[in-house]
Write a protein that binds this ligand. Structure first.
Ligand code: SF4
Length: 202
């Protein structure tokens, strides 16, 4: 029987953050998150059972349609997508189209699925699993206060293979200053901004 997943929304837009910012992307936002970040901007995604269930095949068909409309990759996001086993979803997308599959995760759960690109955004209050640190392609640390920079140093030392991105918390003036200073004074760190929010797009 086909796997059903809680889905908050799907949409075709631009990736707003990280190394792939500005590229056309098809987003699948899965429901469910227990990580509990105080500054979360998708709190509506937290209860998995308040969102409709969809089959992985229907999500893959939509990804294929987005590919025909110009999407460069599919992004599985959330919520915390790895609260679900993603094996069937990544396999279905691969069967339906040639879009690379990107995964955005906090890294608190075991890795499943076979994403082509892993964006790990670790949380200080719920540190990520070591295997996510060692497998991620980009490490994106959100900064609100100086303790976040210390956390960024600790987790980046465990992800030497990754691109390191430092991103200020939205509307955090202290976070902005800290992130700019970090990128300016450390050659491996790159500033990431939530460009979609600045532009007012999804
Ligand atoms: S892990 Fe993501 S979805 Fe979950 S609470 Fe934190 S920011 Fe929100």
């Amino acid at each position: 029987m086909s796997q059903q997943l809680s889905v908050v929304e799907t949409f075709h837009s631009l990736q707003g953050e990280g190394l792939h910012a500005g590229r056309s992307a098809f987003f699948i936002r899965l429901g469910g998150c227990t990580v509990g970040c105080a500054w979360c901007d998708t709190k509506h995604s937290w209860p998995a059972d308040s969102h409709p269930s969809r089959s992985v095949e229907s999500l893959a068909r939509e990804a294929a349609s987005a590919a025909r409309d110009g999407a460069a990759f599919a992004v599985i996001t959330g919520g915390e997508p790895l609260h679900h086993n993603l094996d069937a979803l990544t396999a279905a997308i691969r069967s339906a189209c040639t879009l690379p599959v990107h995964l955005e995760t906090s890294g608190v759960d075991p890795l499943s699925g076979s994403p082509d690109w892993i964006t790990l955004s670790p949380k200080r209050h719920r540190p990520p699993r070591p295997e996510l640190l060692s497998h991620c392609h980009e490490l994106k640390v959100i900064v609100h206060e100086p303790a976040d920079l210390l956390f960024a140093e600790v987790v980046s030392a465990q992800a030497p293979q990754a691109h390191w991105l430092i991103q200020p918390g939205w509307e955090s003036s202290e976070g902005q200053q800290l992130a700019v200073d970090q990128a300016r004074s450390h050659s491996r760190w790159r500033l990431s901004l939530q460009s979609h929010k600045w532009l007012g797009v999804r």
